[in-house]
Design a protein around this ligand. Structure first.
Ligand code: NAD
Length: 434
């Protein structure tokens, strides 16, 4: 099949590479000339495990091409995915300018029937808008499909190649057949392709992310209560996780959720509800709890080091919003850095892969970045563990203690054992554990 993916970011590049891997002819298009130049030179502009090998293989065998030219991309493809960003607008709604801009360009270059697929996360009613924009530009027939993406950064290739389910929102049999054919190689183990109407598919993506965000905020609230009543949230977590109705995932307390999806999608769903004169009270609380949670370690740090942190040095381990990605969009580290900076602290930081991203975000104006996580601890008054990268999980505790000026550790992901930290002589704070 001839497939185009417009927008070659975290989602578009992974989708394009995986469609090429299953034998399709794919063009990954992006308006960012530098991104496409770097892909043409074999350099993957993002960090995603396994993506470089897959891109290299499919670029070599000719299944995957890269372009900045919208006209040739549209003309040479039958299925066109829109995978551009949908960042939050000032009022919290999803900014659709990029999606609708791409739709207009697709319409201008149509040379026959096409299936245009909304892969970006877009609010209810967007497919209808995309169709209207395209039909204004062309007389050629078009089917607009909603196909939300559920991949997780850091495990994106696996998630795309072996999805739990594929959701397809369609309004024509012809488009259903095309989408089924395209996705059949990815669901050979029997996971379902769930076909539904377009509006429900658009809603499904927001419902999924909002449910996951709700689980996280709920558990953070329980952890904060554990802190007050003297319970240990780790015991509580294990105690509830074994209930099959609750399950193990997304109930780890920490310094809040970040990333490009949960914060913006919860906001956008609240905003959509408002447009329909409906108040999503649970989701408003999910957001409030998360905003506070990103700052949860600050009073604990102040309790230990004093309210004014002038003259203190604090080291952060982890900058990305979660392990195995360089993505720092809405990362808790950014809020923690902002708060510590405001209180006068000098800040050191290390991250296994997000240092370039931190520089791109100009965080190095506030933070000294170190290539070695232990070097970053030298003469520091405290360590704040923000992202639970594997390499931070079993550190050299003796070395840590010797390098720190005062052995204070603030664990934002509960990865260290309180008893061990106490026995080693650390002053140790975590979340919801005595
Ligand atoms: P991204 O910012 O990494 O990538 C978007 C790309 O689109 C950029 O490379 C940008 O240059 C390109 N672009 C913008 N306007 C363009 C235009 N007019 N023509 C061509 N290219 C254009 O974003 P992302 O993280 O891949 O997210 C894309 C969408 O997928 C969003 O709606 C997001 O909510 C959704 N999504 C993201 C994830 C995730 O984990 N990142 C998961 C599921 C869904």
């Amino acid at each position: 099949m001839k497939v185009a993916v417009i927008g070659s970011g975290y989602v578009g590049l992974v989708a394009g590479a995986c469609f090429a891997e299953s034998g399709n002819q794919v063009i990954c298009m992006d308006k960012d000339q530098r991104k496409i130049d770097s892909l043409l030179n074999g350099i993957i502009p993002i960090y995603e495990p396994g993506l470089d090998a897959m891109v290299e293989k499919n670029a070599k065998n000719g299944h995957l091409r890269f372009s900045t030219n919208m006209k040739e991309t549209v003309e040479q493809s039958t299925i066109i995915f829109i995978a551009v960003g949908t960042p939050p607008d000032e009022d919290g709604s999803a900014d659709l300018s990029m999606v609708l801009g791409v739709a207009k360009e697709i319409g201008q270059h149509m040379n026959g029937w096409k299936v245009v697929v909304d892969k970006s996360t877009v609010p209810v009613g967007t497919a209808k808008k995309v169709r209207a924009v395209i039909e204004k530009e062309t007389k050629h027939p078009v089917d607009v499909v909603s196909n939300p993406e559920f991949l997780k950064e850091g495990a994106a290739i696996d998630d795309f190649m072996y999805p739990d389910r594929v959701v397809i929102g369609v309004s024509s049999t012809k488009a259903t057949e095309v989408m089924r054919e395209l996705y059949t190689p990815f669901v050979r183990t029997g996971n379902p392709i769930v076909v539904m109407d377009v509006v429900s598919a658009e809603m499904t993506k927001y419902a999924a992310n909002s449910m996951l965000a709700t689980k996280i905020s709920f558990m953070n609230e329980i952890a904060n209560l554990c802190d007050r009543v003297g319970a240990n949230v780790e015991n509580v977590r294990q105690g509830i996780a074994t209930d099959s109705r609750i399950g193990h995932s997304f109930i780890f307390p920490g310094v809040g959720y970040g990333g490009s999806c949960f914060p913006k999608d919860v906001k956008a769903l609240i905003r959509t509800a408002r447009d329909y004169h409906f108040d999503t009270r649970i989701l408003r609380s999910v957001e409030d709890v998360n905003d506070d949670q990103k700052k949860i370690l600050i009073p604990k740090i102040q309790k230990e080091l004093g309210n004014d942190l002038t003259g203190k040095t604090i080291t952060l381990w982890g900058l990305s919003f979660k392990p195995k990605t360089d993505d720092m969009r809405e990362a808790s580290s950014r809020v923690i850095i902002h708060e510590l900076h405001k209180l006068g602290a000098k800040i050191n930081a290390h991250d296994p892969v997000a240092m370039d991203e931190a520089r791109r975000l100009k965080l190095d104006e506030k933070v000294t970045l170190f290539d070695d996580n232990y070097e970053a601890l030298k003469d520091s008054d405290a360590l704040v563990l923000v992202t639970e990268w594997l390499e931070y999980r079993e550190p050299d505790y003796e070395k840590m203690k010797n390098l720190l000026r005062t052995p204070a550790v603030f664990d934002g992901r509960n990865i260290y054992k309180p008893e061990k930290m106490r026995d080693m002589g650390f002053t140790y704070y975590s979340i919801g554990r005595p």
